[in-house]
Write a protein that binds this ligand. Structure first.
Ligand SMILES: NC(=O)c1ccc[n+]([C@@H]2O[C@H](COP(=O)([O-])OP(=O)(O)OC[C@H]3O[C@@H](n4cnc5c(N)ncnc54)[C@H](OP(=O)(O)O)[C@@H]3O)[C@@H](O)[C@H]2O)c1
Length: 346
């Protein structure tokens, strides 16, 4: 039995990736596509500026895009993947949840609300238990879950692996080198980014600092307590197309050797969900890896690549990389959808 699903914001950069992942998906069937009022009423093929290196799936191209309202989406489509701008998500996601839809969302609105699970399934799938509180307090038949920002998803699984190995995280410094696709198609112009690096990305640094502590926090059945580690981030846009590379420095309560850290990464368990890669963290011995162009597709774009593990003045230093529109966005929402179905929330 497949679950009928919809994509909110289906014509955008992340929406297109969602379609690429959902069309061949064995558990899901694309049954609704929404976008802005300008695109509504038109065949998908005519309004989506398709920029993905696989063709628009034939049947999807013929589907009519609708407005992004609960009335426009059929009732027998219980699960929606949202890739709307956060200002739009803040307005429309709540009415969908009130109307009984389960929304797995990429948008940054509501990520830090205490009863909204912010989830990477391999790291903190148990946080979905907060949905009972959400449904009770908000009176929703539906539900709202979020995946983190693409740059947060890149480094948090490595921290989770260290915590799982009993290494106490105290302080984390992370510097990002982020691809242009993370800003959406209209994000940065070629004149801004070619031959350049931009050492500031909107409110990105705060997202890494707060989301990482929520993701690694403990849910005790009634409330979520953030992890106590301190996180400082510096975010940079560079002229790569896909794949966020990050340099991470950690101070820990123990004094792990680089070999112990590599082992913790390599042994961190994945899940048996359709989109979970095996292994979750691919460890490189070559200090020149991972690199965006070479390594963004490890694990079909769903794995985290790590390397360059070494001792630093403060503790341990390493690099990590993830595909920002697959593991960092569309794939993250789809994975959350798979876990929601498996655990009976849909
Ligand atoms: N790009 C990434 O790597 C990445 C990673 C993680 C998270 N995200 C988040 O994912 C979301 C989508 O990002 P994106 O890069 O895909 O953006 P995008 O390319 O600009 O696409 C935005 C989508 O939302 C639709 N939309 C815009 N205004 C709307 C409105 N008023 N009502 C209904 N639909 C509307 C657009 O439809 P039209 O075509 O009709 O305008 C389009 O389908 C954002 O919240 C972003 O922060 C992106």
């Amino acid at each position: 039995m497949t679950v009928r699903v919809g994509v909110l914001g289906a014509t955008g950069a992340v929406g297109q990736r969602l379609i690429q992942l959902l069309e061949p998906h064995p558990e899901f069937e694309i049954a609704a596509l929404t976008a802005s009022d300008e695109s509504a009423g038109h065949p998908y093929r005519d309004v989506a500026k398709w920029r993905i290196d696989t063709p628009i799936p034939e049947e999807v191209g013929e589907m009519t895009v609708t407005a992004t309202t609960p009335e426009a989406v059929p009732d027998d489509v219980p699960l929606l993947f949202s890739s709307l701008p956060s200002s739009v998500g803040a307005k429309v996601e709540t009415p969908f949840c009130e109307a009984g839809y389960v929304v797995s969302s990429n948008s940054s609105n509501a990520r830090m609300e205490s009863d909204v699970p912010l989830v990477i399934p391999e790291v903190n799938g148990d946080h979905f238990e907060a949905l009972e509180i959400q449904r009770e307090e908000r009176g929703w038949d539906g539900a709202l879950v979020k995946n983190p920002n693409c740059s947060t998803i890149t480094f948090v699984p490595t921290l989770a692996a260290l915590a799982e190995a009993g290494i106490g995280l105290e302080t984390v410094h992370v510097a990002t080198l982020q691809a242009v696709s993370g800003a959406g198609y209209d994000g940065v112009t070629s004149m801004e980014i070619i031959d350049n690096a931009i050492p500031h990305i909107g409110s990105e640094e705060a997202k890494l600092e707060t989301e990482s502590r929520k993701l690694l926090g403990e849910f005790d059945g009634t409330a979520l307590a953030d992890h106590e580690m301190e996180v400082a981030a510096s975010c940079n846009r560079i002229p790569t197309i896909d794949g966020h590379l990050e340099n991470v420095w950690i101070e820990t309560s123990e004094d792990p050797s680089p070999e112990e850290v590599r082992e913790a990464f390599a042994e961190y368990p994945s899940l048996s969900l359709h989109s979970s890669p095996e292994p979750l963290i691919h460890v490189f011995e070559d200090p020149e890896r991972p690199q965006p162009r070479l390594d963004r597709t490890v694990g079909d774009g769903m794995a985290i690549a790590a390397g360059g593990v070494r001792e630093s003045t403060f503790g341990i230093q390493y690099n990590c990389l993830a595909h920002n529109t697959l593991r960092g966005a569309a794939g993250a929402s789809v994975l959350n959808g798979e876990l929601l179905v498996e655990e009976g929330y849909v």
